[in-house]
Design a binder for this molecule. Structure first.
Ligand SMILES: *[C@@H]1O[C@H](CO)[C@@H](O)[C@H](O)[C@H]1NC(C)=O
Ligand SMILES: *[C@@H]1O[C@H](CO)[C@@H](O)[C@H](O)[C@H]1NC(C)=O
Ligand SMILES: *[C@@H]1O[C@H](CO)[C@@H](O)[C@H](O)[C@H]1NC(C)=O
Length: 976
């Protein structure tokens, strides 16, 4: 019975076994399919919530049938990598420019995940919290991901994580010290540029990390001392602690880091001496301890490290001599030690055996000769040895250093002849030899200096004639040859230098007449020809220019003083020319001039009637002129409109010579002349009787008894803005600053009369695009704006911060020369300089506003630099500062910086309309400069003068087309 029962059972078993086996295979398939489905589902979710055009590269339509899912076809998608089992181990969406939430559940859906790279995207809603559940995660890269909020406890990743890159985010709250202390497998840590963390100290536990090679904690609000136990971390190759609040000494134990190649400690508050044990860092390539309070000398042991390429210790209090051993180096490329109290001589052989790129030793107490071999390898870009006690001659070899961009040896005791070839350096943008005892001539080769923007030779003993070839150096913006022994004529060819802003030739022996051609220098701000032997008449045409500062005094000029000079009260500028005379009588106590002889009237005057009439006329004219003259002398002193019989009761304050009468303006304030309405008033475009155009802004004045306080306040701020605008603009003149001719104040309105800008503002020209702005035009606009702002920041007694630089405040004249306008919220900085001084009123425009504004409310010149950077980006990309395409909360700066970080994407940022442009490389260099201008750390932004240099040097044909690799102007904070 049993057996008869068994038989069918065994039969059944026999029959079922294959089935069971089949079922087992099936469930394996099912499990695998489940895992594939889970991974697939997560990826779909990711695609949905982390959005951007690049996500189109994930085409899921191909995976709709189960088969292809089971075959893990998604492993072939871009940005993904799988292991042999078909599990996702790598997600790399770096620089896909996605934005949105990173979905939860990544670790359960992709349990094999080992590397997650999401840099250069925008991860919203904070740090993706559940990433810490991924137990196999070895690499987490969230650089430049705009993450806000805190960093979670990463300790759960302690048994897997090798590389952690959280640099350049907006983290706040506590630094994850404890988590860091637990991640003992780490080889790479980067928290660079997260200044929002609360202050913290390095945890001692990491001293035991035996694998850690790279530790980057710059600009993370770290405080305290550099702990001596850091010397136990002997696997380190890269240690970066710059931009923090570190105090105390640099520990000698650092010398134990035998593998260290890069040591960055700049921008801290470190004190004490540089330990000579650092000389034990035999692998060191690059060290930067600049901007601290270090004392003592630079250890010879450090300078003797054979592979050391970069040595930067500028702005400290270092003393003693520069070790001679530096001259033996075959590696040194950058020596930047300016702003210390170093003494002695530079090593004789400096640069002889290495590819020296930057020699920057300015502002020390160095003496002796300049080293002759610095350019031996023909790579040198900068020689900057300003304000030392160097003596002797310039080595002839400097004249052969064709790679040079800047040559500044001013304020030393140098003497001898200037090598003639020095004047013809093909790439140099600055040559500054001022305040030395140089002799010799200015060579004809100056005509080859096509990139020279500044030629400074003041207070030397340069003699001979100024060669006419100088007219070929057409990039020149500033020439200062004052107080030398130059003689002969002032060359008429100077008139070809259309960019010239400053011409200072005073204190020489020039003995020609003043060339008429100078009147074609439309950009001229400073013209000083005083203390020479100039003869002849003052050209009338020149006086039409009326530069901001004009000085012809102490010469032998003769003839009548031109009318415009008298009218504008500039008569001081012609004092000490005894042969000059007044064309009519003006009551002057000082200087004294005689009345010109009246050539057209015979001496023999028996007709007293003519004398009487002309006397009356003269008195009348003189009265008017004296009045005008007083008005000019005290520029802001109000003055009654001289025609009191006029029916218009306006006070007039004029700043430039006026070629119109008040009534002309007032009568033209009619509907048909309106070209715009602004927040503060109406703008008219008016044609004057002489055919010129002006723009008139009409502002309503505050009614003195207006009871509505709110309105009054608003009106009050309007008045304040008006006053600021008038006071600021009235006192300055520059070709790239809009001209305010005058201001009429009436009982119920005020009129501001500006030069008219036929091409409107830059915003409209770029973004409302009626016609395309070519790159050449944009190039000119960029440089012009930079020059205008640089003038405000650097050329005035008290720097002016504009505070509202934006493309709509840049106006374009008929030749598309840009003019900075709207000084309504500008601020004059008081004595004491640029860096520390600031203003405290919030102002500016969203999209152009420097980030430090958000937490400091301080406006410095560096805020203008930032805004300029944004305008520069607009010029190159054609984009607005904020566009939907950049993603929410993202602006042009993030967009540009992230695209620029990958080579393939660079082309995408350039304005498509200029895509065919042969000067693409130049556009890219402009963008690099713009990026520097918009660094979040203001102290890393260049000054406007530096910006001009950078823009001028950004020439596509330069050998160093990608810019020098040194950190002088490059960011010293790690770039992402
Ligand atoms: C993180 O990603 C960025 C952008 O792709 C890359 O430049 C950087 O080297 C990565 N960091 C690490 C540690 O690999
Ligand atoms: C550093 O190393 C020294 C000696 O090698 C040891 O005594 C000290 O405890 C270590 N410090 C830390 C914090 O690990
Ligand atoms: C540096 O090396 C010298 C020998 O060259 C040695 O005497 C000294 O102790 C070392 N210092 C450190 C901090 O390693």
């Amino acid at each position: 019975m049993v057996s008869s029962f068994l038989l069918p059972l065994s039969f059944l078993l026999l029959f079922l076994l294959p089935l069971a086996a089949a079922a087992a295979t099936d469930s394996a398939v099912a499990a695998a399919t489940d895992s594939a489905a889970a991974q697939f589902n997560f990826l779909s979710l990711l695609k949905k919530s982390f959005k951007g055009p690049s996500m189109a590269r994930w085409d899921f339509n191909r995976f709709n049938d189960l088969d292809s899912r089971a075959n893990y076809s998604y492993c072939n998608l871009p940005g993904l990598g799988c292991d042999s089992a078909g599990d996702v181990v790598l997600i790399d969406l770096s620089s896909w420019f996605l934005a949105g939430d990173f979905p939860a559940g990544v670790c359960s859906a992709l349990p094999a995940l080992r590397a997650l790279r999401l840099g250069y995207n925008e991860i919203r809603n904070g740090f993706p919290g559940d990433l810490t559940d991924c137990s196999f995660l070895e690499e987490l890269n969230l650089t430049h991901a705009r993450i806000t909020g805190g960093v979670p406890d990463l300790s759960p990743l302690r048994s897997s994580l090798l590389a952690l890159d959280l640099s350049n985010n907006y983290f706040t709250g506590e630094f994850p010290v404890a988590a860091l202390a637990n991640l003992s497998l780490l080889e790479y840590v980067n928290f660079n540029e997260n200044p929002g963390f609360e202050v913290w100290k390095l945890p001692e536990a990491i001293a035991g990390f035996t694998n850690l090679k790279v530790l980057i904690l710059s600009t993370t609000s770290m405080r305290g001392k550099i702990p001596p136990w850091i010397g136990n971390m002997t696997s380190l190759t890269d240690l970066e602690l710059s931009g923090n609040f570190l105090v105390g000494n640099i520990p000698a134990t650092l010398g134990r880091l035998q593998k260290l190649q890069l040591l960055e400690l700049y921008y801290n508050k470190l004190t004490g001496e540089i330990p000579h044990e650092l000389g034990n860092l035999t692998s060191l390539i690059d060290i930067d301890m600049s901007d601290n309070h270090l004392v003592g000398s630079i250890p010879a042991s450090l300078c003797g490290i054979p592979g050391l390429q970069v040595l930067q210790v500028y702005t400290n209090n270092l003393t003693g001599e520069i070790p001679q051993v530096l001259g033996n180096s075959s590696a040194l490329t950058i020596l930047s030690i300016y702003g210390n109290k170093l003494t002695g001589e530079l090593p004789v052989d400096l640069g002889r055996y290495s590819n020296l790129i930057v020699l920057e030793v300015s502002e020390n107490l160095l003496s002796g000769p300049l080293p002759r071999y610095v350019c031996a390898q023909r790579q040198l870009l900068y020689i900057l040895v300003v304000r030392n006690n160097f003596s002797g001659e310039l080595p002839a070899s400097y004249g052969e250093c064709n790679s040079l961009l800047r040559f500044r040896v001013n304020d030393n005791n140098l003497s001898g002849r200037v090598p003639e070839s020095l004047f013809g350096l093909p790439h140099a943008s600055i040559i500054d030899l001022g305040f030395n005892s140089f002799e010799g001539i200015i060579a004809k080769s100056i005509g080859n200096s096509k990139n020279l923007t500044a030629l400074f030779l003041p207070n030397n003993k340069i003699s001979g004639v100024l060669p006419p070839e100088i007219g070929l150096a057409t990039s020149l913006v500033k020439i200062d040859l004052s107080n030398n022994l130059l003689s002969g004529p002032i060359p008429a060819e100077l008139g070809h230098l259309t960019l010239l802003n400053q011409l200072s030739l005073q204190g020489n022996k020039f003995d020609s007449s003043i060339p008429e051609s100078l009147s074609s220098l439309k950009s001229l701000n400073v013209l000083n020809l005083s203390n020479n032997h100039l003869t002849g008449k003052i050209p009338d045409s020149l006086c039409e220019l009326l530069p901001n500062s004009l000085d012809f005094s102490n010469n032998q000029l003769s003839g009548p003083i031109p009318f415009p000079l008298i009218k504008q009260g500039l008569i001081d500028g012609v004092a000490g020319n005894p042969l000059l005379c007044l064309p009519f009588h003006v009551n002057l106590t000082d200087p004294v001039f005689t009345l010109c002889p009246r050539r057209n009237f015979r001496r023999r005057l028996n007709n007293m009637w003519i004398v009487g009439v002309s006397a009356i006329l003269a008195i009348f004219v003189v009265l008017l002129l004296v009045k005008r003259w007083l008005g000019k002398k005290s520029v802001l002193m109000k003055q009654d409109a001289f025609s009191s019989s006029s029916s218009f009761s306006y006070d007039i304050t004029s700043f430039h010579k006026l070629s119109f009468e008040q009534h002309e303006i007032v009568e033209s304030l009619i509907e048909k002349n309106i070209i715009g309405h602004g927040g503060s008033g109406t703008v008219y475009k008016i044609e004057l009787s002489n055919g010129e155009w002006v723009a008139v802004k009409k502002l309503w004045s505050r009614k003195t008894k207006d009871p509505v306080t709110a309105k009054e306040e608003q009106q009050g701020s309007l008045d304040r803005e008006l006053r600021t605008e008038v006071e600021t603009l009235g006192s300055i003149r520059h070709k790239n600053i809009v001209k305010l001719y005058c201001c009429f104040s009436g009982v119920d309105s005020k009129l501001l009369v500006y030069e008219y800008m036929p091409n409107g503002n830059l915003w409209d020209a770029l973004h409302q695009g009626k016609s395309l702005l070519e790159w050449n035009t944009r190039h000119k606009i960029a440089l012009g704006i930079a020059q205008g702002i640089a003038y405000l920041h650097h050329d005035l007694l008290f720097p002016i911060v504009h505070r509202d630089i934006k493309s709509s405040n840049i106006l374009l004249d008929a030749d598309f020369e840009p003019k900075v306008a709207d000084f309504g919220i500008a601020k004059v900085l008081q004595a004491g300089g640029n860096r520390e001084t600031s203003t405290t009123v919030i102002a500016g425009t969203y999209g152009y506003l420097a980030p430090e504004y958000a937490y400091s409310f301080k406006a410095t010149t560096k805020c203008d630099v930032y805004s300029f950077g944004v305008v520069l980006m607009e010029l190159v990309t054609g984009k607005k500062p904020v566009e939907a395409e950049f993603g929410e909360n993202r602006d042009i700066i993030h967009w540009v910086s992230s695209k620029m970080s990958t080579k393939e994407c660079i082309d995408e940022v350039l304005d498509k309309q200029l895509a065919w442009n042969p000067l693409k490389e130049e556009m890219i260099q402009f963008l690099r400069i713009a990026i520097r201008c918009t660094y979040s750390n203001p102290s890393l932004r260049p000054t406007m003068n530096e910006v001009i240099q950078l823009l001028t040097e950004a020439h596509p044909c330069k050998p160093d087309a990608n810019g020098p690799p040194f950190k002088l102007v490059e960011p010293r904070h790690r770039k992402g």
